[in-house]
Design a protein around this ligand. Structure first.
Ligand SMILES: [Fe+2]
Length: 198
């Protein structure tokens, strides 16, 4: 059968800005066999929209695109190293998505802490901008449960630790990652307050 390009095959270079609907379509396509991951992703995107006032207006579409695409590294077609933040970022890079978006996906929710604990190589391919967008993405992800339901950050951190164990790579990463995520959530809260007062 002849190859038929889909909308997600069109390089973003012909589109002059990031389009969240296009990111949603790609996530839908890639996560079709992972319904629970899709539910989580949709929840994170909704939460990111709620937190959008915590980032510069010029970065709000970037935040929404990153929220839709942050977990596509779990898709079978993305599988490379087995470390989903890096696999997702590499897939996006291959498909021509902007470098900044790829980097946000690679480093989402303090992924570098877990990469170090697991001995994953390759994270340096992508810069970690540690910006208001990074914080809002982490906050959206870490306050959304596995089925897309709202959760408290502390409950989510405790659940991951319980699931993997204190002596696992996740347990080792937790020591640095948990304070990092708490600080990110605090900064998001402060930025939302500032935006509400403006
Ligand atoms: Fe996630």
């Amino acid at each position: 059968m002849a190859y038929r390009p889909t909308v997600t095959d069109v390089p973003l270079i012909i589109i002059d800005r990031l389009v969240p609907a296009r990111a949603m379509c790609l996530a839908d396509e890639l996560l079709v066999d992972l319904p629970q991951r899709w539910s989580h992703t949709a929840g994170v995107a909704g939460r990111a929209a709620d937190l959008a006032a915590a980032v510069d207006p010029a970065d709000r579409d970037l935040l929404l695109c990153a929220a839709w695409l942050h977990d596509i590294g779990y898709a079978a077609t993305a599988r490379d190293t087995g470390f989903h933040p890096l696999d997702g970022a590499r897939l996006l890079r291959r498909r021509g998505w902007p470098v900044r978006l790829c980097a946000l996906v690679a480093h989402h929710s303090g992924a570098s802490f877990l990469a170090a604990a697991q001995g994953v190589a390759g994270m340096a391919e992508f810069g970690d901008e540690r910006s208001a967008v990074t914080d809002a993405l982490a906050c959206a992800d870490q306050t959304t449960g596995v089925r897309g339901e709202p959760v408290f950050l502390e409950d989510r951190l405790a659940e991951v630790l319980r699931r993997h164990g204190a002596f696992s790579p996740h347990g080792a990463a937790h020591v640095g990652r948990a304070p990092y995520l708490r600080a990110a959530a605090s900064r998001v809260q402060a930025r939302l307050l500032t935006a509400a007062e403006a």
